[in-house]
Ligand binder design. Structure first.
Ligand code: CP
Length: 302
């Protein structure tokens, strides 16, 4: 699974259906299944992660796999070993599934072409973060039932966000109307190609929206570009209770995490009654179980 791009609506809905079943498993006291018994999953994260890495680890373990977390910080990557040499070294140990996060767009795809096992993209640069989009879609579907005519506003640093890109593709495939809201400097060039409605004013963009998805400023990807001050950014693009009141009364507030409170979102909203942010984390484990389970059917000798 390298991206949402290339998946059909049927593929996405099938993964969401499988995820719903995994939610039920995860809510039981006994959570262990044997779907991946005897299989080896290696999590290879070249970028920091709290939610994605830990939920892939839990997902693999709940499906019965042997899971190894490769600690890139203390690996030979620090001695200059390349991505491909690292991947080939791990591949020689015969894993069945590699879960990879990398700071360069396209790196996971490149790696997938070189190894013989299944590869899951856990986020590559500003390109795609497919399991995040799936868990966001699952969270929305469980609250709203359907995506038809649903207005989803994706707000903030869209230019550097793999979450935004995967969500735009996923939500449109499912039938939602997607708005993106950002200052001009944080809109990607060519955004018009995606068929989204573009806003440069948060108040205008979230008016009547059914879902308000906030994104953090990804300063690590800005490479010398203009970075707004926290105070000016929060004033115009931070979600607080006053701005949220412009969205639909039952609008969901979402954030993929990590949140920067007081920058793109106020604590009152992040922790408020409309927030489903911690529920997104719960859905993350279920979606990753579903993805691993779907891959299991394609592993050799499955
Ligand atoms: N949403 C997300 O990818 O979070 P992490 O960076 O903590 O994995």
């Amino acid at each position: 699974l390298l991206g949402i791009e290339g998946l059909s609506r049927f593929d996405i809905e099938a993964l969401l259906d499988l995820s719903d079943k995994a939610v039920e498993v995860n809510r039981q006291v006994e959570k262990k299944l044997s779907t991946l018994r005897g299989r080896t999953q290696v999590n290879l994260f070249f970028e920091a992660s709290t939610r994605t890495q830990s939920s892939f680890e839990l997902a693999g373990k709940r499906l019965g796999a042997d899971v190894m977390n490769m600690s890139v910080g203390s690996s030979s990557v620090k001695k200059g070993e390349t991505l491909l040499d690292t991947a080939m070294t791990l591949h020689a140990m015969r894993p069945d599934i590699l879960v990879v996060r990398h700071h360069s767009s396209g790196a996971v795809d490149l790696l997938a072409r070189k190894v013989g096992c299944s590869v899951v993209n856990a986020g590559d640069g500003s390109h795609e973060h497919p399991t995040q989009a799936l868990l966001d879609a699952l969270t929305i579907r469980r609250h709203k039932g359907s995506f038809e005519n649903l207005v989803v506003a994706i707000c903030g640093d869209v230019a550097h966000s793999r979450v935004a890109r995967s969500n735009i593709i996923c939500l449109q495939a499912l039938g939602a109307r997607v708005r993106v809201i950002a200052p001009s400097t944080l809109l990607p060039t060519g955004i018009d190609r995606f068929g989204v409605e573009v806003y440069r004013d948060l108040r205008e963009g979230i008016r009547g929206a059914d879902v308000v998805m906030m994104l953090r400023l990804q300063r690590e990807r800005m490479n010398g570009a203009y970075v707004p001050s926290v105070r000016e950014y929060f004033r115009y693009f931070g979600l607080d209770a006053e701005k949220l009141a412009l969205a639909a009364p039952d609008a969901l507030v979402m954030h993929p995490g990590p949140m920067n409170r007081g920058v793109e979102i106020d604590s009152e909203v992040a922790d408020g009654a409309q927030s489903v942010i911690t529920e997104q984390v719960e859905m993350g484990v279920a979606v990753r179980m579903a993805v691993l389970e779907a891959l299991a059917a394609h592993l050799p000798n499955a």
